[in-house]
Design a protein around this ligand. Structure first.
Ligand code: BMA
Length: 328
């Protein structure tokens, strides 16, 4: 049994037992989707969003949500939840406070990740700089005020995922250099920073390998630290005659040199098969952006966007994924 290190107990993690007869290593919540496209009056869709444990009064969870409005602007909204299933999403987008006067104004933002690191929550997302996508960084203590700092990289880049602690004295961030459109390529890289401002020492982590991910891959939720390595879900894209298909799998990265891949899924763990994953604004998309983890039981609840329209939950455990990786 592999152990989670550097995590916290989360007895109130959203959870359903693996259904009898289920042969996959990940199983869906029976009441999916948990957040519908019309969650707030102005929303066209709410998907590819991030949730974390956060205590505030009755609330036990907080998050940053990708909300596309009815003019199809891509905005980020904060939200709170008592149980991790039912979310109260702010009707107003996050109004970022700029940490330097000459930082760009918020133009658009999507696919947020939220990481607890040291003393605060960091949000990383695909941020427009001159209307070109790169990786934005902000921090918050309360999910009410968000301080936007320097972008991590130059355009074009997407899927910036921060590790939850420094490794060998460096902050580490995964990302996926891209182009200005619906990028037909993409490998995962890692970059290092002593101060969250200057990023360098870039290392290649991995590129597409199997048919299900043959177009491009990108980091998913925040990596989970286990005694065997960093466990991370990542998405992979296949180009079919109907367009892109977004599925996801898992990888185990070296604890001290996380650009080294120790084990990697050959098969996908979850691919669009349910109606809400196949039908929506963009068909056939399952896109994980967050995982809650209970250190005591190894239970994992994954939040994933469905068909660029709504948000769902699925479940697994550290042991299930290690078992899957050992069999690949
Ligand atoms: C990517 C991003 C994601 C989206 C996916 C599928 O480029 O825009 O937010 O889920 O495409 O449309």
């Amino acid at each position: 049994m592999s152990k989670i290190i550097n995590g916290t107990p989360l007895p109130n993690i959203p959870w359903q037992e693996k259904p009898t007869g289920e042969t996959n290593h990940i199983w869906r919540y029976s009441e999916n989707p948990i957040i519908k496209r019309n969650a707030i009056p102005t929303s066209n869709s709410v998907f590819n969003s991030a949730a974390v444990p956060f205590e505030s009064g009755e609330y036990k969870f907080a998050g940053v949500f990708r909300v596309d409005d009815k003019a199809r602007n891509m905005k980020l909204h904060s939200g709170f939840s008592k149980d991790g299933y039912t979310w109260e999403i702010s009707e107003k987008p996050v109004d970022f406070i700029k940490s330097a006067p000459d930082l760009q104004d918020f133009q658009y933002g999507y696919d947020p990740r939220v990481t607890w690191c040291e003393d605060r929550f960091y949000v990383t997302w695909c941020n427009a700089y001159g209307y070109k996508p790169t990786i934005g960084i902000a921090y918050t203590y309360d999910f009410k005020e968000f301080h936007m700092t320097e972008n991590a990289f130059l355009p074009f880049n997407r899927n910036g995922v921060l590790f939850p602690r420094k490794i060998n004295g460096q902050y580490m961030m995964l990302s996926r250099p891209s182009d200005s459109g619906h990028t037909p390529f993409g490998d995962i890289y890692i970059s290092q920073s002593p101060d969250m401002t200057y990023w360098g020492k870039h290392r290649h982590v991995m590129g597409p390998k199997e048919p299900w991910e043959s177009t491009k891959i990108g980091a998913g939720p925040i990596p989970i630290e286990t005694d065997e390595g960093w466990l991370m879900f990542y998405h992979g894209v296949l180009t079919s005659c109907n367009g892109f298909v977004y599925a996801f799998s898992a990888v185990l990265l070296d604890l001290d040199e996380p650009w080294k891949v120790l084990k990697r899924g050959r098969e996908y763990l979850l691919t669009p098969t349910e109606y809400y994953e196949c039908v929506g604004d963009v068909q056939n998309v399952t896109f994980p952006c967050a995982n809650l983890v209970d250190k005591d039981t190894g239970r994992i609840a994954i939040y994933y966007g469905c068909a660029d329209t709504c948000t769902s939950l699925c479940f697994t455990t550290v042991d299930e994924i290690m078992d899957f990786l050992d069999k690949q």
